[in-house]
Ligand binder design. Structure first.
Ligand SMILES: Cc1cc2nc3c(=O)[nH]c(=O)nc-3n(C[C@H](O)[C@H](O)[C@H](O)COP(=O)(O)OP(=O)(O)OC[C@H]3O[C@@H](n4cnc5c(N)ncnc54)[C@H](O)[C@@H]3O)c2cc1C
Length: 388
């Protein structure tokens, strides 16, 4: 009988790409984190820099401008970016993870040749337009409509909370075609963001991910050629769900990054800060906070690597991805909160890193499927009964 040895040792290539990401974060991200958070925008030039290093093309075939690479390498880069700034990590998770990878899997040859080289180079960004004001968890009942008109589709509707929304050059847009109700009536389109009738408004006042360009999209008689349809008509929900299954691995990896950043910050601070004449690290209750963070980091990372391993071996990974996303997102919230406790009052002001980690972590249990939705997906896989 064949035997697959569990191997948690990184290859030389994987370690090299992780180090590249770590150096990039130290040079290009860490010095600007507080300023970008306060300004409610990361510097947009970061996209080209990410592209230049190949971080927007990981796992995309080289013939389309990608840098190849396996999904564990992708998770390592995502973790490092998430350790630096979740707002930057999100640019990659969405433009590469949700959009470029969907084009690589579902796009026509023409769509791949047109969009992938630009997206992987960071010359263009993609956004993923699924959520609407009235449909979040219940995405299969979305109401944006695309009506066929000769060689074109005319699209009307609106989208909410779209990451990269105001920066994107292309929207992977989900709209209802025909009269079939529910998810079977949904189709996917690649809509250039400068198409007349498409308006984008920044969503301000977010608790976290402040540096990220989150937008509401309004579509009024947006006319696209029929060639903008991606994948078969009526298969859009499959496009969305296959993107989100892998996307959950990427969110989980970003959460590992947040939890690791919380651990690093808590350990450093506990060693420096003195109360009652001794470093606070010497108090057992502070060590408990730190060890709780550490267990969360390790467990979240192992669950995330398991997903990458399943993907790279061509196995079913969707339930494992929901498991990793559920655990890692809740772990990131706990870890950041524990780190804030270690920092005491200084954790509450934004000159110190942990307050931002708490704010950025909080969204992770909400997007790409809330924690409740992940539990329903896991429950469905185990019982064979769907709650949806
Ligand atoms: C910063 C940010 C960025 C985002 N980026 C994107 C993006 O790029 N593209 C995109 O398409 N979307 C994006 N989203 C949207 C995100 O995916 C949705 O917010 C999420 O799916 C939840 O939908 P909702 O907000 O409408 O909440 P709702 O679906 O209204 O849920 C409200 C509450 O009800 C619970 N609930 C709902 N249904 C059930 C059920 N059947 N059983 C038990 N509990 C249930 C939920 O778990 C939650 O606690 C983003 C959101 C945010 C905040």
């Amino acid at each position: 009988m064949g035997c697959h040895r569990v191997n948690l040792e990184l290859s030389e290539e994987q370690e090299a790409v992780r180090e590249l990401a770590e150096d990039f974060v130290a040079r290009e991200i860490t010095p600007h984190v507080v300023e970008w958070d306060r300004a409610e925008s990361v510097d947009k030039s970061i996209a080209k820099k990410l592209g230049a290093l190949g971080f927007l093309g990981l796992t995309i075939p080289e013939e389309y401008g990608g840098s190849g690479g396996d999904h564990l390498a992708y998770c390592l880069v995502t973790e490092e970016l998430g350790r630096g700034d979740s707002s930057v990590r999100g640019i990659v998770s969405v433009s590469l993870g949700l959009v470029a990878k969907s084009i690589a899997s579902w796009g026509s040859e023409e769509q791949k040749r047109h969009w992938l080289p630009r997206l992987t180079a960071g010359e263009a960004l993609g956004c993923f337009g699924l959520t609407e004001p009235g449909t979040g968890s219940d995405a299969g009942n979305l109401t944006t409509k695309a009506v066929r008109d000769g060689d074109h589709y005319v699209i009307n509707g609106s989208k909410m909370f779209i990451t990269n929304g105001t920066w994107a050059d292309v929207v992977l847009l989900f709209a209802r075609t025909g009269d079939t109700p529910g998810h079977r009536g949904v189709s996917a389109f690649l809509v250039p963001a400068d198409t007349p009738g498409l308006t984008r408004r920044t969503v301000h006042g977010k608790l976290g991910l402040r540096g990220q360009a989150t937008a509401e999209l309004v579509l009024e008689d947006v006319r696209v050629p029929a060639t903008a349809l991606m994948g078969p008509e009526g298969k859009g929900f499959s496009v969305a769900m296959s993107a989100l299954a892998k996307g959950r691995m990427s969110v989980a990896a970003g959460c590992v990054g947040i939890a690791q950043a919380a651990l690093d910050a808590a350990v450093r601070y506990a060693g420096e800060r003195e109360q009652f004449g001794k470093p606070i690290a010497s108090y057992q209750l502070v060590q408990e906070l730190i060890s709780d963070i550490s267990v969360d980091v390790d467990a979240a990372r192992m669950l995330t690597w398991r997903v990458a391993d399943l993907v790279d071996r061509g196995q079913d990974f969707a339930t494992a991805a929901s498991t990793a996303k559920l655990f890692a997102s809740e772990a990131a919230v706990r870890a950041a909160n524990n780190a804030l406790q270690v920092f005491g009052g200084y954790g509450y002001i934004d000159e110190y890193p942990v307050g931002k980690l708490v704010r950025d972590a909080r969204v992770m249990t909400l997007y790409e499927g809330t924690s409740q939705i992940q539990k329903l997906i896991i429950g469905r896989a185990l019982t064979g009964v769907s709650a949806f």
